[in-house]
Every structure is written in C-alpha cells, then in structure tokens.
Write a protein that binds this ligand. Structure first.
Ligand code: NAI
Length: 340
C-alpha cells in the first residue's frame, strides 16, 4: 500500500492539502537543474526554507534519487521530482518562483563565455517552458554566462508575449557574498556586519564592487582596493582552479542562491525594504541590462537604485565593465533573434 501511495504521489497531495488548510504562507518553488553541483545543496536548503510549501526538482538526470533523499527531511515543504523534458511542463505549472542552475560549469582555463554555446540553448528551452506554464513566476537565473543568459531569457519571454522585466533576475549574489567575506577579512570584522554593493555584471571585469560604498562606512588604501577588487572579480576562478577540473563554485553558490531566493520570497509575501543586488533590465546606464541594488516587492523588481557617487578608481572600472558587458548582452540578444 505504501508503495502504491508513494507511486501515485497521494501522500504528498494529502500533505499539501493538509498544510494549505493550516494557512501556512507557502510558495511553490521549482529548481531546474536540481541534480547538479549547485542544484543538490540548493534543493536541500530550499527544503529547509519555511516560506516554501511545495518544491519541484527538475533535471534531465538523477532527480528520482535527489527527490527521494531530500523528501525525507522533516521540514514543511512537500517535494516532487521531475525527470526529462517531457516532465518540464508539470514541473513548472503553478510555480511562484523558478530558480535555474541548469547547464555546464567551467573547468580550469575556461571563461564563463566559453559556456555560451551549451548553456544558451538550455536556458532558451527552459524559458519557453516558463512562458507556457508559469508566465507570472519570478525567475532567478544562475546559469552562466549570466551576462548573456539573462538577455536570452528576456528575448524568449518577449517572443512569447509574456515578458515582464520586473520578474527576470540574474543572480549575482555570490559576488556580493564573496565581497562581504573578503572585505570583512581585510577589516578584521564579522562578514555578517558588512554590506558591499557589487554592480555591473557577473564575469571578470564586469563584476564591479563599489568599495567606496561599503556599509559600515570604512576606507581602504589603494593597495587594499586593488587587492579586493581583483579577488572579488576572480573569486569564481579561484574555486575553479582549486577544484582542478571538478567544476566551479557549488556550495557557496547554493548558499548565495538561497539567500537571494529567500529575499524574493519575503518580497512576494509583501515584506517591505527588501533590497539586494541583481542583474536586471535597467536604465541605470545606457546598457539594457545591468546589475545594481534593487528593491524587491510582490511583482519582482519594484525600484532600481542609481549607482551613487563613484570614486575615480570605480569610474575607470565602470567604463571597462560596460565595454565588456555590452558585447555579452548583444551576444545573448542575437542568439535568440538570429535563430528564428
Ligand atoms: P553541474 O554540471 O554540476 O550541474 C548542472 C545540472 O544541470 C546537471 O545536473 C545537468 O544534468 C543539468 N542540466 C543540463 N541540461 C539541462 C536541461 N536541459 N534541463 C535541466 N537541467 C539540465 O553544474 P553546476 O556546478 O551546478 O553549475 C550550474 C551552472 O551554474 C553553470 O552554468 C555554472 O557556470 C553556473 N554558476 C553560476 C554562478 C553564478 O554566480 N551565477 C556561480 C557558479 C556557477
């Protein structure tokens, strides 16, 4: 009997109904790429999030195992697994938030742009599914190169007539997490007390930490500024090299993804004053997409803050960032428009 119940998913349905009656303010969240290096710890952490009532785990491999494993955690969220493209629509239907860490990661010597050819197609397919099955969902896009995959997603949604720029967010949270950590090390402070705005994009020189705007206010020597900027920009490569062929950041990324997703869920719930950095459709610069501090609300991005006063070092960095970022955005846009 137990086997049959589990096969039909009836226990899960009964749990969902029971919890819905309890009035818990849960959201439905899907992770696409849930069996991967980021996807697995991300799934575990989302299962622990009290704002999640239903968690859908989708991948093209291994989701039955990951789902069985995660589903034994005695936390509130009910977990369902989906395997292969024929189950993508079921995975997406009814979702409030979709987190996408699907795609290949870097190996030593690779830039994020080297991933373009494989990941662009994956992101396009997944976003077509979102347009069809949950066009109102908030999308947290992690798959690299984020500087190009976000423009790809936007084009897919535009074509489907479902594009709402407020709901599409490229996840740059790991850059902020790293910046907070490295700055705290230099200052000898607790990283939990540090807030570093990181703007621009998510690759190399497009990652621009605004060290003149760190909270609490502090100052750095030129040497510290150069060391910190370079370490924050190359944090991902530091991990890729240390893993020596076994992939890129997964655990710190899962942590950062959950920090960001949790902010989105609090905003969806109606909490005020939820502010994070993200790579979004933006008029902060002349580029169509840019990462900066944004205020999140029930509809996604509700306000985009200007960059604020920059020092000379940051102004030079900004020009470099914009130059590279413009090309990456263009590459994403033409991938979709050139492939009708
Ligand atoms: P991984 O290779 O360990 O996992 C990727 C997962 O995606 C695999 O389970 C794979 O089966 C799945 N997948 C492949 N094609 C798919 C499809 N069509 N639909 C659904 N799932 C599919 O890679 P990892 O380490 O988890 O990284 C995932 C992505 O995240 C990479 O593109 C990586 O560059 C990116 N990343 C982004 C960061 C950021 O700050 N935004 C930081 C670190 C990684």
């Amino acid at each position: 009997l137990m086997n049959n119940l589990q096969k039909e998913g009836s226990t899960n349905l009964r749990q969902e109904n029971c919890r819905a009656k309890g009035g818990s303010p849960g959201f439905k969240v899907a992770i696409l790429g849930a069996a991967g290096g980021i996807g697995q710890p991300l799934a575990m952490l989302m299962k622990m999030n009290p704002l999640v009532s239903v968690l859908h785990l989708y991948d093209v491999v291994n989701t039955p195992g990951v789902t069985a494993d995660i589903s034994h955690m005695d936390t509130g969220a009910v977990v369902h697994g989906f395997l292969g493209q024929q189950q993508l629509e079921d995975a997406l239907t009814g979702m409030d938030l979709v987190i996408i860490p699907a795609g290949v990661p870097r190996k030593p010597g690779m830039t994020r742009d080297d991933l373009f050819n494989i990941n662009a197609g994956i992101v396009r397919t997944l976003c077509e599914g979102i347009s069809k099955c949950c066009p109102k969902a908030i999308v947290n896009l992690i798959s690299n190169p984020v500087n190009s995959t976000v423009p790809i997603a936007a084009e897919v949604f535009k074509r489907a007539g479902t594009y709402d720029p407020r709901r599409l967010l490229g996840v740059t949270m790991l850059d902020v997490v790293r910046a907070n950590t490295f700055v705290a090390e230099v200052l000898g402070l607790d990283p939990r007390d540090i807030d570093v705005p990181v703007v621009g994009g998510h690759a190399g020189v497009t990652i621009l930490p605004l060290l003149s705007q760190v909270k609490p206010p502090c100052s750095f020597t030129q040497e510290e500024t150069e060391y910190l900027t370079s370490r924050i920009q190359n944090g991902g490569t530091e991990v890729v090299e240390a893993k020596a062929g076994a992939g890129s950041a997964t655990l710190s990324m899962a942590y950062a993804a959950v920090k960001f997703a949790d902010a989105c869920l609090h905003a969806l719930r109606g909490d005020a004053g939820v502010i994070q950095c993200a790579f979004v459709s933006s008029q902060v610069t002349e580029l169509p997409f840019f990462a900066s501090r944004v205020r999140l609300g029930r509809n996604g991005v509700e306000e985009i803050y200007p960059l604020g006063p920059l020092n000379e070092y940051e102004r030079v960095g900004l020009e470099k960032a914009k130059k590279e970022l413009g090309g990456s955005i263009e590459k994403g846009v033409s991938f979709t428009t050139g492939s009708s």
